[in-house]
Design a protein around this ligand. Structure first.
Ligand code: FMN
Length: 343
């Protein structure tokens, strides 16, 4: 059996049940979460033959940061439940793979400690009702060396989860969630998600941090254009792993329209959600993504094998992508194009 496919079951053996459930679950009826992987598998390729694929190059850059393989780790919370060293172990695994890490606003490790590992990282921000609290977190991320701010834009409210059994919030220690705010820096009410955001927030974040802003949660071409027009340096086609609006379109299906809307613009395009195989990465890149993110697979790999598991996950996806690029007859990432995918 393929190692990546063994990870979730192996992680389930090690994790407390509410944590495993939290990592895997989608919102509401679980439709969007449930169809994410199959949506990538529904694409068919139109390979070239008789091209020289003796040397395949997987290296790329994201906002100027070099990657060995166009696979990055998505921001996820509760990594200290997966591994005692939490985000530090995730960062070590990412560093060894020469990749890049998304770090959640709800991290259980300080940004300074994550930054000290040396992996390039982007801060994922939930802008909250009290903007001063958001600014405090942004300042700490800048100090910790974040190279970009990822604005999660699909969460004006947190998607409803339908739990049987104790929820995660009943079992985890609070310090696993908000290591980057001191207790005296906020009141409970401050942390409600801002539900009045407009594209102006992109300029605000860029100005306050001096960093490029990437908008996460884009599922439509017109919204991608609004983000680009407002100064976004990148957008991530994402439905939050099916954890926000249930029934939202799969990212595999949303990607082509977003790529078309951004064609000719300098805004970089990334995608996440249900990407589990080299062939899925290949489809994503051919349809216009510059690189992809994995969420749950990185949590499973961290649980099962710590930082080495994260390194192996990224490496294995790279090996599969390289193999698939040989078979599709395209040796470099820049030559992957939508005509390689039947739509
Ligand atoms: C357990 C878990 C926690 C997550 N936490 C966050 C978060 O704090 N901020 C955020 O923007 N996205 C969060 N996400 C969404 C991921 O960044 C990403 O969009 C998604 O997991 C990608 O789908 P995949 O898990 O199928 O690869 C979380 C996802 C999971 C599974």
């Amino acid at each position: 059996m393929r190692w990546i496919d063994t990870l979730e079951a192996a992680a389930a053996e090690k994790l407390p049940e509410p944590v495993h459930r939290y990592f895997r679950q989608g919102s509401a009826g679980g439709i969007t979460a449930g169809e994410a992987v199959a949506a990538w598998g529904s694409y068919r390729f139109r390979p070239h033959i008789l091209t020289d694929v003796s040397a395949v190059d997987l290296r790329t850059t994201v906002l100027g940061t070099p990657l060995d393989v166009p696979v990055m780790v998505a921001p996820t919370t509760l990594q200290r439940q997966a591994d005692p060293a939490g985000e530090r172990a995730m960062a070590e695994g990412v560093a060894a793979a020469n990749s890049l890490l998304g770090v959640s606003s709800n991290a259980g490790t300080t940004f300074a400690d994550i930054g000290a590992v040396g992996a390039p990282w982007w801060l994922q921000i939930y802008v909250v009702k009290n903007r001063d609290v958001t600014l405090k977190m942004l300042d700490k991320a800048v100090e910790g060396g974040a190279r970009a701010v990822v604005l999660t834009a699909d969460t004006p409210v947190v998607g409803r989860k339908e739990d049987d059994g104790p929820t995660i919030w009943e079992v985890i220690p609070p310090e696993h969630l908000l290591a980057n705010l001191d207790e005296d820096e906020y009141e409970a009410d401050d942390l409600g998600k801002a539900d009045d955001l407009t594209p102006d927030v992109i300029g605000w974040l860029a100005e306050r941090t001096g960093l490029p802003v990437v908008v996460k949660g884009v599922l439509r071409g017109d919204d991608a254009k609004r983000c680009a027009d407002a100064g976004a340096a990148g957008v991530i086609v994402s439905n939050h792993g099916g954890r926000q609006l249930d029934g939202a379109i799969s990212t595999a299906r949303a990607l082509p329209e977003v790529a078309e809307a951004l064609s000719g613009s300098s805004t970089e395009l990334y995608v996440d959600g249900g990407i589990r195989r080299g062939e899925h990465v290949l489809a994503a890149l051919a349809l216009g993504a510059r690189a992809i993110f994995v969420g749950r697979p990185a949590l499973w790999a961290l649980t099962v094998s710590g930082s080495a598991g994260v390194t192996r996950l990224i490496g294995d996806l790279g090996v599969e992508l390289e193999h698939a690029m040989r078979l599709i007859g395209v040796p470099e990432l820049a030559s992957l194009s939508p005509d390689l995918v039947e739509r």
